[in-house]
Ligand binder design. Sequence first.
Ligand code: ATP
Ligand code: MG
Length: 223
Amino acid sequence: MIKNLRLLLLGAPGSGKGTQTSRLLEKIQITPVSSGDLLRTEISKKSSLGLLASKIIQKGGLVPDHLMIALIYREFQARNWLGQDCSWLLDGFPRTQNQAVALDDKLTVAPINCVIELDVPEKVILERIENRYIHIPSGRIYNQQYNPPKVPGKDDITGEPLSKRPDDNAEVFKRRLDNYHKEIDPLKEYFKNKGILHSIRGETSDIIFPQLYEYITSEFTSK
Ligand code: ATP
Ligand code: MG
């Protein structure tokens, strides 16, 4: 059994964080939180944060750190995750060094203890994005080529319609990638200095997943 794994998946947009998350959930017990999914929920609810985030996301920008930190902290409090003995998986947060420091300041008892970078060549990422569809309520991701839904255009579990993310178009995607490259080095450095950063390079999710799984089980299995 996996115990006390508090994992952050890092990787460029389209590197497969959501896909790896789904695959991990089939094998281990861990609760995922994706900052992008939380923001998309706020957008569906038309909350004031959602309205602001929607404008920023459409342009491929980053939501200000203080708003992201408050959103994630609220989620952690609601799930009772501030104490010991919890396992969770973060995707998309922290995405800047400021966010990482702020989160560590709040999670003094049980901070992130494993960071895995999905290192996927950029040309692969660009091809993927064009074929990507998402089930917004759950964050489940499909790809017309690699991971098609059982029924075209419908989520496998709920049968609800899939959508194309409005920020998955060439122009906005380029800005998202640029922003990623601006923030990633200091963020990686921060986790490297803590001794918890591990990178996995590969072109497909099928190549990356076994390595990810092997690493996690070798480091966090308790008998
Ligand atoms: P992908 O989902 O393809 O891996 P991504 O990680 O860039 O790409 P999401 O995590 O879904 O996409 O985030 C969508 C958008 O939400 C981002 O482009 C950004 O505008 C905003 N966002 C998400 N997380 C954060 C964060 N931690 N800080 C600031 N903005 C964020
Ligand atoms: Mg994502």
